[in-house]
Design a protein around this ligand. Structure first.
Ligand code: SF4
Length: 320
């Protein structure tokens, strides 16, 4: 957090108003959430959280012990979501912003490397309020914003100076699969606008002496079967619009979950060949910094978040 406590408090007050006609995400459904109306995402006035815990196994840049808050509900409705019980069935408990601040401080006391916010988009106002309260009580860890990447610019402007590391997905590069599998036809345009704004705010990833990211952008790319995510096109876009110095994770973990079996084209894991072709594309485009997963990553994935994701950097791989 680069804002002072006083500025955070003022930002929190401004952010609360965003709940009156919510346009925090690309759906822009204008629900009056402070009056109790639920948005298309199912979110109302009070934050809902599934769990708060130390969560090792993320990319090494996030440090050995991200202090992770998994928020309930989501503004995307991905048919293959591995965490659908939380994101779509709404598993979790309501928490006031004071309780959220307490949870953040407990994670710090337990030795968290940072505060990682997962599926935070609908809860941006509540999160800023909680961060202001936690900062007043001494919280000074980097804030990591782990998102599906379907933010409207209004949400990102509220987060300017609050978030230290943006960790957005780039899930699709074409409207048709975005609509069919996540209910957001304009995802590619909204997502690319959001990623540009994130990069404008914090630039490329910057590390401290221990290799922990303290600031910057780290993009996640999840290949789906049959090139449905358009990862190759996303890589080209990143190279052209940002740079080949941009950090990203090429995830290998897709496997059919939730309702994926209803879509025959999604009803299989990606193959090693599909994955390796994308790695070759990244190499061919000249990317300098990316994390790749081993094929075994998929085997250790468990749908309750207690998963490990062994990552290797491109440099590490060169020695194999
Ligand atoms: S975050 Fe939820 S309530 Fe707000 S615009 Fe998006 S879907 Fe609607």
């Amino acid at each position: 957090m680069r804002l002072s406590v006083e500025k955070l408090k003022r930002r929190a007050a401004a952010a609360r108003g965003a709940l009156d006609a919510c346009e925090l995400c690309g759906h822009r459904c204008r629900a009056d959430r402070r009056a109790g109306e639920l948005g298309r995402c199912g979110c109302g006035p009070t934050a809902e959280v599934a769990t708060a815990l130390l969560h090792p196994g993320e990319e090494p840049a996030l440090g050995p012990r991200p202090g992770t808050l998994f928020f309930s509900r989501c503004n995307l409705a991905c048919v293959y979501c591995q965490n659908w019980q939380i994101s779509q069935a709404g598993r979790g408990d309501r928490m006031t912003t004071a309780e959220l601040a307490d949870a953040m401080l407990r994670l710090r006391d337990d030795g968290a490397s940072n505060i990682e916010l997962v599926s935070p988009t609908p809860w941006v106002p509540q999160i800023i309020d909680a961060l202001a309260q936690a900062a007043e009580q001494g919280l000074d860890l980097p804030v990591v914003y782990n998102t599906g990447g379907y933010e409207h610019l209004d949400a990102l402007h509220l987060l300017d100076g609050v978030v230290d590391v943006y960790l957005p997905d780039m899930r699709y590069s074409r409207p048709e699969p975005a609509e069919r599998y996540s209910g957001a036809r304009d995802y590619p345009a909204v997502n690319r606008t959001a990623v540009l704004e994130m990069h404008r705010q914090i630039g490329d990833l910057v590390f401290d002496g221990s290799g922990r990211a303290v600031r910057g952008l780290l993009i996640r790319l999840l290949p789906l079967p049959d090139r449905l995510a358009g990862v190759r096109e996303s890589l080209r876009w990143i190279a052209d619009e940002l740079s080949v110095e941009t950090w990203f994770s090429l995830m290998a973990q897709y496997g059919p979950a939730h309702r994926a079996a209803e879509y025959p084209e999604l009803d299989r894991p990606i193959t090693a060949t599909e994955y390796e072709k994308l790695r070759d594309t990244a190499d061919g485009l000249g990317f300098l910094n990316f994390y790749a997963q081993t094929p075994e990553s998929r085997d250790v994935l468990r749908p309750d978040f207690a998963h490990e994701r062994p990552f290797a950097t491109r440099k590490d791989d060169a020695t194999r």
